[in-house]
Design a protein around this ligand. Structure first.
Ligand code: C5P
Length: 240
């Protein structure tokens, strides 16, 4: 396969076209950013860990009937993905309170919610990705009602599948962020990545972070935590 021009460069990945119109080449970077890139670092090995973890999770979700843009992992840093038009919304699912919801609403960290909470954020760096309500998304044309229903349903399914998966490796899935895209037939697919950059993972029964909060809060040993997530997932390899 021939890799052609770079189509997009994000904070953690670069996307390239290929000679196959149905496949794009996605290469992970070693950059780590937080607070809308106000805090930045380079960490050798981070790109590889996120590529391995995200590929593993997308394959696992596929085995449970949840479709994503993921086609296959190519090597340590890259994967092939289907071309999609990204819906400009970040979908956050929360099982336990942490992060921005505690700051925004003054609720305590670590509260188990009676049911998963689904939130939509408008993907716009200049506005710091504001929380939006459903009608904003519909009335400004970011997604239709049907697409929002489908994304919510898929996000809740991902939540229940991943909560069970992570619980089996002694991790509480606190919250996570998903992105969705539309393929050329208009089907909604999961896109972007699912990794310790985009999820909050706590060692089961504790609040010990095994994710990007180690970087956000200067807790140290960021890569050690990412490696630990990969070690536990890869030991489950027989399932995937
Ligand atoms: O910051 P907040 O508490 O709203 O984040 C909720 C979840 O979404 C966290 O797991 C965080 O890592 C993820 N997130 C993300 N990308 C963003 C915002 C949040 O991956 N731009």
């Amino acid at each position: 396969m021939e890799i052609r021009e770079m189509l997009y460069e994000g904070k953690a990945k670069r996307l390239y076209s290929t000679d196959d119109p149905d496949a794009l080449y996605l290469k992970y970077k070693n950059s780590l950013t937080a607070f809308n890139a106000k805090k930045k670092a380079e960490m050798e090995g981070k790109g590889e860990l996120n590529n391995m973890i995200s590929s593993w999770i997308f394959k696992y979700l596929r085995s449970k009937g949840i479709d994503s843009h993921f086609i296959e992992r190519i090597d340590e840093l890259s994967q092939l993905v289907k071309p999609v038009t990204i819906v400009p919304l970040e979908v956050v699912v929360r099982n336990v309170t942490a992060g921005s919801i505690c700051r925004r609403l003054g609720v305590e960290e670590g509260m188990k919610l009676p049911r998963p909470l689904v939130e939509f954020y408008y993907k716009e760096d200049e506005l710091d990705d504001p929380l939006v309500i459903r009608d904003h998304a519909v009335l400004f044309g970011w997604a239709t009602d049907e697409e929002l229903d489908r994304m919510t349903e898929m996000a809740l399914t991902v939540d229940s599948v991943l909560t069970e998966l992570f619980s089996s490796i002694d991790i509480d899935l606190v919250d996570f962020k998903l992105e969705f895209g539309k393929d050329k037939e208009g089907n909604i697919l999961l896109a972007d990545e699912i990794s310790p950059d985009t999820c909050r993972f706590w060692q089961k029964g504790t609040r010990q972070s095994l994710d990007k909060d180690r970087f956000r809060k200067d807790l140290g040993d960021v890569l050690g935590a990412y490696r630990e997530i990969w070690r536990r997932l890869s030991e489950k390899k027989e399932d995937n």
